[in-house]
Design a protein around this ligand. Structure first.
Ligand SMILES: [Fe+2]
Length: 364
């Protein structure tokens, strides 16, 4: 079957934030990213400042308003710092946009070309859940640092010799009705369900959620979607929806080839990770289930790194606490060794850790 919506991969994760300069500093110092481009009043952009940061193929853009009365400022006031755009690189923007809109996607920006001395970029945008969008980008004829309008910029701090992470693994959305958005990605982008397809409730003593994963045919773009499920107390997804003010991006998973070094460096820089109790590591069932991994379990335990195994291999993963004051967006580090899963075997331990944090916030 021919791919109805070919994609090359994730192009960028764009954040709307209250203070782009400080956010860029955080992602530089705490996430080891290199600032490569900037746009703002100094470059003729009167309404906002935006910094572009990279780590391997990961590109973050942090945008903050520089004056009152902007739509970006309204977004930040309503949702707090959060993800406004999961931009996808595609080989043919016009074809992708037309297909998406013909399948019922709401068009936000028709295909258009922007250019400067570095070449041309074709872009269009469609709406997805909440106020989130997917910009579709073809930068195959462009050599500039990001997009026309952005100037190359020096790093804010010297990046570490070794990157903490290299690629975006997956981007997770919290929505009110999961099946509606699973259907949206099936229809609009021709995405299919991934092998690890979690249709059942994932329940802990207090809360529950449902989760399904859709991805493009090449599995370069993976979007898990969560919905709150009935539980004894407020689910972590309900907490997100309440504090974000509707559906939005819950977490971005970053692929790393050395999760131990990444956790050590990020922790030293002040990033807070979710705690996992010692009982998780001391459970003989876990040790039997995970088998042999590349480091002793004690090394994982020291850093609270979770491990899961399936028929294809294993993965190591860990989650940060929310990275802004609102209990909304957070990050995951993931080191895959064959497994294409999402850590299903860890969901219970992970959710119990999240619930301990929810309880501390008075939201459980
Ligand atoms: Fe994840």
């Amino acid at each position: 079957m021919s791919d109805v919506f070919p994609v090359k991969g994730m192009d960028a994760v764009v954040f709307a934030v209250g203070n782009a300069r400080q956010a860029a500093h955080f992602y530089s110092t705490a996430f080891g990213m290199r600032r490569v481009a900037y746009r703002g009043p100094e470059t003729g952009c009167r309404d906002e400042a935006a910094h572009v940061l990279e780590s391997g193929s990961v590109r973050f853009v942090v945008r903050g308003p520089v004056r009152a009365g902007t739509d970006l400022g309204r977004h930040v006031a309503e949702h707090g710092d959060g993800v406004v755009d999961l931009a996808i690189e595609v080989p043919d923007v016009a074809a992708a946009y037309e297909y998406a809109v013909s399948q019922g996607a709401r068009g936000l920006e028709a295909p258009h070309t922007v250019e400067d001395e570095h070449g041309k970029v074709v872009m269009a945008a469609i709406a997805t859940y909440g106020e989130t969008r997917h910009t579709l980008v073809d930068r195959s004829n462009y050599s500039g640092p990001y997009l026309p309008g952005y100037q190359p910029a020096e790093p804010l701090v010297e990046p570490p010799a070794k990157r903490f992470f290299q690629a975006i693994d997956h981007c997770v959305g919290n929505v009110e009705r999961m099946d509606e958005w699973v259907d949206f990605y099936h229809r609009v982008m021709g995405f299919t369900d991934m092998a690890e397809f979690i249709g059942d409730d994932i329940a802990t003593e207090y809360s529950a959620l449902m989760s399904k994963v859709v991805a493009d045919g090449t599995r370069k773009v993976k979007f898990p979607l969560n919905e709150p499920a009935e539980g004894k107390r407020k689910s972590q997804i309900e907490e997100f929806l309440e504090f974000y003010g509707g559906p939005g991006v819950q977490h971005i998973a970053l692929a790393t080839n050395d999760i131990l070094a990444a956790v050590d460096a990020m922790q030293a820089a002040g990033v807070e990770f979710l705690d996992t109790p010692d009982s998780y590591y001391e459970d003989p069932e876990l040790r039997a289930r995970i088998g042999k991994v590349r480091v002793p379990v004690e090394e994982l335990q020291k850093r609270r790194i979770l491990v899961d195994r399936d028929e294809d291999g294993y993965l190591l993963q860990i989650f940060t606490k929310p990275v802004q004051d609102r209990p909304t967006v957070f990050f995951e580090l993931i080191e895959r060794h064959g497994s294409m899963g999402f850590g299903k075997g860890n969901f219970k331990a992970l959710f119990e850790a999240i619930e301990r944090e929810q309880a501390r916030r008075g939201n459980l």
